[in-house]
Design a binder for this molecule. Structure first.
Ligand SMILES: Cc1ncc(COP(=O)(O)O)c(C=O)c1O
Length: 393
């Protein structure tokens, strides 16, 4: 018999009732070190006092009003994002998927309004993940996600990841946009080298194609910069943000230059909930904390500490691990043993990680994870690896 919850997830037999910092608690008092953060969502850990205070105060004042009215909390968060990024304007969504939908629509509308309505093709990359809507699965194009859901939205072409020559051959003055994650998350923590992002920007400039970055997973301080593309010193025309920006409250955004957004006039897009006062109050608090250079410096210091420990872990368990990858606190353990087995072994040691493609285990801790919790995480991952190799041997 089907469960009352549609069974689209293979869920672990764990349920949490409370969170505090980097820790999650089960009803029977079990304590788990959370290195998944709801898949890069709880950027400031669980129950961060400032976020709790912000959401409680806002909840007592006003939860929701329609976007047919001005929303001061939304305007304030948009101002913050514009101040700290390449963007001139922002649309708020409830999720990364909805941000993907708008990014696609915005790019196509741009060319429509610029007298090239046939310019609809969007180039994407193998291993990409942009969400689960029909548009987002067509964009990513992975067989697992699209099978049985056709006909797919036309106009997407997937290219090999990080292959500049393939991109050069595919892009032309008929390309509407190129859509890419600067660091692939679901694809296995695969970082696009800075030189590739720069080359990509140049090709877009040559052809006029719009450049869209999907920073849903790698943005909001995750890599040690507010947004991952800052490492390469290039900016997109459009950017998708979600996950960390709400600190756990559903919130996403599309950021764009004035030029790229020029087709999106009144009546062309909307959302009932997107950017409501509750979400934007929380988003504003997250942005205030994460955009502080001192906070980002700490993310980088912690990332260095964690990475050093992970390199030692990999060296200590060569039969389990191949390498460490990623940037900042968006880290991946490329495994030799099945990644899913390591996630399970971690759970037995009360440390929570997330599997990704390419046989990688993702480590996406809270950006403010205390040093002591990093040390504890390394200890528990070491025990998990030992259990796994003992088992394998
Ligand atoms: C890079 C990227 N884009 C888009 C999405 C979709 O976001 P959401 O699940 O909030 O719709 C995700 C989610 O994992 C993601 O990692």
């Amino acid at each position: 018999m089907i469960t009352s919850v549609l069974p689209t997830y293979n869920r672990a037999p764990l349920a949490f009732v409370k969170g505090e910092g980097s820790w999650l608690f089960t009803e029977d008092g079990g304590r788990y070190l959370d290195l998944g953060s709801g898949i890069a969502v709880n950027a400031l850990g669980h129950a961060h006092p400032e976020l709790v205070k912000t959401i409680s105060e806002q909840a007592a004042k006003l939860w929701h009003v329609s976007n047919v009215y001005r929303i001061p909390e939304q305007e304030a968060l948009a101002d913050q994002l514009v101040e700290h990024t390449f963007a001139d304007t922002v649309f708020f969504t409830n999720s990364g998927t909805e941000a993907a939908e708008l990014a696609i629509k915005m790019a196509r509308k741009y060319w429509y309004e610029n007298g090239e309505p046939e310019r609809i093709e969007i180039l994407t990359f193998e291993g990409a993940f942009h969400g689960r809507s029909t548009g987002a699965i067509a964009a990513a194009g992975s067989e697992k996600m699209v099978k049985g859901f056709g006909p797919l939205m036309p106009g997407f072409r997937q290219l090999p990841f990080g292959d500049h020559e393939a991109l050069r051959a595919a892009i032309s003055d008929r390309t509407a946009a190129v859509l890419i994650e600067p660091v692939q998350g679901e694809g296995g923590i695969r970082t696009l080298p800075d030189s590739c992002l720069k080359g990509l920007r140049d090709l877009c400039d040559e052809t006029g194609a719009l450049l869209i970055f999907d920073e849903v997973q790698c943005g909001m301080g995750r890599t040690g910069k507010l947004f991952a593309h800052e490492w390469a010193g290039v900016t997109p025309d459009i950017m998708m943000v979600a996950k960390g920006i709400g600190g756990g409250f559903p919130l996403g955004a599309v950021l764009a230059t004035e030029n790229a957004a020029s087709g999106m006039v009144a009546g062309t897009h909307g959302s009932t909930y997107g950017g409501n006062p509750l979400a934007c109050a929380v988003g504003g608090a997250v942005m205030r904390i994460v955009s502080d250079p001192a906070f980002l410096a700490e993310v980088n210091r912690k990332a260095g500490l964690f990475r050093q420990g992970l390199e030692a872990l990999v060296a200590a368990h060569p039969e389990v691990f191949e390498s460490v990858r990623g940037q900042g606190l968006m880290l991946g353990l490329k495994c030799k043993a099945p990644a899913a087995d390591l996630v399970k072994a971690g759970m037995a040691e009360h440390v929570l990680t997330v599997a990704a493609s390419d046989n990688v285990v993702r480590l996406l801790p809270a950006l403010n994870i205390p040093d002591a919790d990093i040390a504890e995480a390394l200890k528990r991952l070491d025990a998990a690896a030992a259990a796994l190799s003992g088992h394998a041997g």
